[in-house]
Design a protein around this ligand. Sequence first.
Ligand code: G3I
Length: 374
Amino acid sequence: MWLLLLAFLLVTCKAKEPVYPESCEDLGLPDDLAYTQSSLALRELADAREMGVGAAVSALPLDCDPAYGDALGHEFNMLTTENALKFGPVHPEPERYDFDAADAIIGFAEAHAMQVRGHALVWHQMNPEWIDQADFTREEWGETLRAHITTVVGYYKGRVQVWDVVNEAMGDGAHDLRKTVWLEGVGPDYIDKAFAWAHAANPDALLFYNDYGAEGLNAKSDKVYELVKGMLDRGVPVHGVGLQMHLSIEDAPDSEDVRANMQRLGDLGLQVHITEMDVRLPNDPDPELDEKQAEVYRQMMAVCVDAPSCTAFVTWGFTDRHSWIPYFFPGEGEALLFDAAYQPKLTYVALQDALSPARIPRPEDYGAECDCEP
Ligand code: G3I
């Protein structure tokens, strides 16, 4: 009896493991999916403020789901390659690069006059086996990373305007750099080197350091601040910091802290992008939580709009139809701007509201000569 129960539980748990879609059929798209153009697209509002508004994009839905491309091209003036330019997908074997998926996404961006954020040249996840299992000398590690960065950034010179050069290098809490293959292989100066190699391959690209949990003021954001300040002091070509902003509804950072963090990074001469925002909810419908979620989006966009350093606001996906959340947080979802049927949600309206020209500007946006009383 107990054995039967155990077997049942094992089968049930197994069935809940994520199955990543690999074909159009796997996506199981209904026939009637359609996006209806909004009369006030986010990109129109962002263009008027000369800022970027974007979303992370995957090649599969772009290929299979026409509504995905319709909404993306109409609503956003920027996109990020979600997975296509990570080391594993783009450089699966030592002598082989595969640009197909990224080419499709970046071709779409060009056809729709969108800026591209390339993500991410150096990360500890989604590396190919030949990297994870490599037994290189320090010199070989450096040469491997230099060749990778030079090839990928060089290939997209003039087509990718912003790179997340190094992603999530900082340990959590007050810890120092995360122990990764790159830290251990290339050595403690791997971040400086990665930025220098990216800059050499495309001197026109904006180069960002990107991390999570460092949006407001805390031990980790202090470390990120020290990291980029040190890089600037050493003459390393870093131009911006990405604040990922993956949130659950309970753990949104204080908006005043985010404002202060953007301000101190801006004082260093750096740009800030909100790079991966989503706010996940438990799957049980709850109108109060929907409103709370929209308020978090509204506040973070308002902070970005108000901060002179914040030049782009990017969400990690844009429709609940295609999102990483259910794969990584079973029982949670609905983290984005459009629902799974491409209907705009309260979160979308909140971004329209925060981007609206009718928002009263704050004096500190305009310096001492401002006569724009709130
Ligand atoms: O496509 C393969 C498939 O061929 C294979 O059979 C299957 C089995 O594991 O994996 C599929 O790849 C998955 C990929 O997403 C594409 O769906 C990977 O396993 C899965 O790990 C990967 O997850 C991505 C995750 O990063 C890890 O790379 C998510 O889609 C992506 O949204 C997420 O993005 C990260 C940012 O890059 C950095 N910040 C955090 C953010 C969320 O975790």
